[in-house]
Design a protein around this ligand. Sequence first.
Ligand SMILES: Nc1ncnc2c1ncn2[C@@H]1O[C@H](COP(=O)(O)OP(=O)(O)OP(=O)(O)O)[C@@H](O)[C@H]1O
Ligand SMILES: Cc1ncc(CO)c(N)n1
Ligand SMILES: [Mg+2]
Length: 712
Amino acid sequence: MFDTALKPVHPIDLRTYLVADMATIGAGDVVRIIDEAVAGGATTVQIRGKQLGDAELLRIVTAVADRLDGRATLLVNDRVDVYLAAREAGAAVHGVHIGQSDGGAEAVRERIGVHAVLGLSAAAPEHLAEAAALPPGVVDYLGVGAVRATPTKPDAPEPLGWDGLAHAIALAGDLPCVAIGGVGPGDARDARAAGAAGLAVVRAICAAADPRAAARALREEWDRGRTPNVLSIAGSDPSGGAGIQADLKSIQATGGYGMAAVTALTAQNTRGVTGVHVPPVAFLRDQLEALSEDVRIDAVKIGMLANASVIEAVASWIAGLASRPAVVLDPVMIATSGDRLLDADASRALDALIALADVITPNLSELAALVSGEVAGSWEAALEQARTLAARHGVLVLAKGGHLEGDTAPDALVSAAGVVASFESPRIDTANTHGTGCSLSSALATIYAREAADPVAGEPDTDAWAWSARLAHEWIHGAILAADGLDVGQGNGPLDHSYSARAGLVAPRRDAELDAWWGDIVPIVDGIHGDDFVKSLGEGTLDAARFETYIAQDSVYLFAYSELLARAGELSTDPAEKAFWRASAEAAIATEMELHRSRGAGERVPASRETARYLAHLDRSSGEHAVLVAALLPCFWIYEQVGLTLAAKNHDGHPFGDWLSTYGSPEFTESTQQAIALVQRAARRADDATLARMRQAFVLSSRHERAFFAQA
Ligand SMILES: Nc1ncnc2c1ncn2[C@@H]1O[C@H](COP(=O)(O)OP(=O)(O)OP(=O)(O)O)[C@@H](O)[C@H]1O
Ligand SMILES: Cc1ncc(CO)c(N)n1
Ligand SMILES: [Mg+2]
């Protein structure tokens, strides 16, 4: 029965649309390629298998559906029967995409019912006009093209070009259109300008060496249009290094659209502040109202506030907003030069504003002032003050060690419970740090707004802030490093906000960490795929004795591995996470017992050299939660990837059929996704040294995985 829960939300997400063409992909690779593409950001996948028989296509569609499990909209090209059969079998497949010659949209809609997705290809003006004239609800979207000539459709009519596409999309009325035909990441802007809702590609992903990276490139280019709107409420620094000027530059550099409402004007240069003018506070209210009446505001960074009435105006404006943006408050009190930027009597008013903030970013002297204490002489003392402040106001505090002595410049995100994440960079020997605090807080607000637009399911907000703070810290470090290259003034000069753009760097992304780890092990994983044992296992030609040896060692491994999974559960402090590792430990030992029984319950064999070494490495990693989970991950992730390839080769009567099916199962994929998410979370909270240890443990485990397969 078709489960209406599978019905995707309309309108469907066409941003990054993969046409998985079975003439381009081999049947053995299809699940992996589609999975990678979706992991990279593909939003909709259409499986096209014109040359395949129904049974074969059905098998592929079902395997892909099981794998994706609703993470992207999944459609079948042309073959309504195959779609209906897959749906009948309970697969998470959402609809069909048909061409002009496939029996008419209305007839297909009759067959698939109202909940299914129906897409239609159209290029000629008369087809577009026909589609636009259909009753609502018959067709959900149109595939329009070819924009350019392509080898996948050599018989296609004259390509449309961008003007032709715009014209065609205009004819389609309010039906969303995805542009197809020779398009790639570089076309996002043109396609959007022509009115398209996304880009559809075949070879750009299917034939790519790295389908995940290819999908990500497409999606990122498309999403560039979803830039967060970030507002700075701060003072003006005419020298451009601090205040709203620094904020706007930082917001732009880290991927936001910058706006600024001015609280105060300073007369200032790199040597200091010579005057402050605070315009009537009513005019600040006018500025803020003008914005909130018109513009969606994703994040707010608050800087210089000058006096208590400005603070109150900002606080009441934020409190009255219909939807609360992310708020980062940089409690500016005294400039680097020593000049006061906030009246001494305004501190109390600040409390009300702090309560509305998500994160506050005091430097050492501001931190001391906010807890009415002495300026911390050590980083430990600063962290303790930050914890006190966080507890008092229920906010996160980004403590900054820029003004400490020492070889490093530490920052830490602190909650009432203590340090959430810490980031440390070598201290840069430069006097050009004017506006670092302004720039860091704006970058933090922007990166958070950008990341929060694409949240990781179930991720606590604190983790998203921790991760954003890490990226902001890395970005500011680069801007300080580049500062001496500028020549602005004779005092403490500004940072170079544009260094990242000039270097052609994309503002950093959240998933970069685990992607980089996977990048480390790609050659290792390739080696496993090419391993003789793995290949002959898939082909079913493996010698039974070799399989036996392998299974015996797998038993030995699982026995100890189960204990280590349980240990990860013990070390974890989160109940859901504990439950996951414990359940995995039980599953591992249950599998071990099953294997043992299947081998006739004889004597358990001793560990081989390879198995013993792998286990020793895991054992050595088991002292620290973050490192242990990183070390355990390859056994999920690599096994799952190898398992999927093997499962694709499974068939009735395969000599190792039962075994192959376990590792290609949706349950194992689900566990792997959870393990990845948990490690990702640990990585986001880790300090730099721990992060390095995690990555090392992960890579080393992957090498052991390879040796483990190779021993058989
Ligand atoms: N010399 C340095 N080398 C490396 N990083 C630094 C240096 N000075 C400051 N930072 C970094 O710059 C950021 C701002 O920290 P800082 O403590 O200077 O804030 P601040 O005093 O509020 O800045 P501002 O003077 O702009 O108000 C932090 O991430 C800090 O680690
Ligand atoms: C306008 C302004 N805001 C903040 C600071 C803090 O650096 C500054 N120097 N000037
Ligand atoms: Mg500051």
